[in-house]
Ligand binder design. Structure first.
Ligand SMILES: Cc1cc2nc3c(=O)[nH]c(=O)nc-3n(C[C@H](O)[C@H](O)[C@H](O)COP(=O)(O)O)c2cc1C
Length: 179
């Protein structure tokens, strides 16, 4: 598949079949995330795969909150990405340059996971709206760590949608930000 075809194919899937996801496929997605670039190669992440039905439903109930993300309850797998302490050089660089490298790293790994999933016929949805405290409790994540993002994973039953994006002229400049 052409890379740009894959980019167009990956979408946020909000309807899943109950078909279980094969462990090798989950691990393939984790492997692609593992190979992601990160500032100073710090790899500040742990992927917690939630495939136990009881735990998964508890996590999904922490996603489907305040009238949002109700569709999460159908996803057969949830991945929680735990933000780990970066190495010293990434941390120092982050302070000196006042940039959140670790969150950038997590974002890149998340996308690599989702693109890989799409390539092998799986659907995903990145989830940023959830009760983090509850998720951490269910998954035994220490209180002092953050879970910036979750990924729903499963066989999608969503229709393929056209991408809705700002026009390229609005988001791309050559040589000067100001016209
Ligand atoms: C950091 C982040 C958090 C997101 N959180 C949610 C969420 O809580 N619920 C949801 O349905 N979609 C969520 N999304 C998916 C976006 O809504 C989606 O990527 C965007 O609308 C573009 O659509 P597409 O992914 O289908 O191309 C999130 C995406 C990102 C990158």
């Amino acid at each position: 598949m052409e890379f740009q075809e894959l980019i167009l194919q990956r979408q946020s899937d909000r309807k899943y079949s109950s078909k279980p996801v094969e462990k090798e496929k989950i691990l393939k997605c984790i492997e692609s995330a593992r190979l992601s670039p990160s500032a100073c190669n710090a790899q500040p992440w742990t992927f917690v795969v939630v495939d136990d039905e009881g735990k998964r439903l508890e996590v999904e109930n922490a996603i489907a909150t305040l009238g949002m993300n109700g569709f999460a309850l159908q996803a057969p797998i949830v991945i929680a990405i735990v933000l780990e302490k970066p190495n010293l050089s990434s941390k120092i660089g982050s302070v000196i340059k006042d940039k959140e490298y670790t969150l950038m790293d997590i974002g890149i790994a998340t996308n690599q996971f989702c693109l890989q999933a799409s390539e092998i016929g799986l659907g995903t949805c990145i989830i940023g709206w959830f009760n983090e405290k509850k998720v951490k409790k269910v998954l035994n994540v220490p209180k002092n760590k953050r879970v910036p993002v979750l990924i729903l994973l499963g066989y999608s039953e969503s229709q393929q949608r056209q991408k809705i994006r700002k026009p390229i002229q609005e988001m791309c400049k050559f040589n000067s930000y100001k016209e």
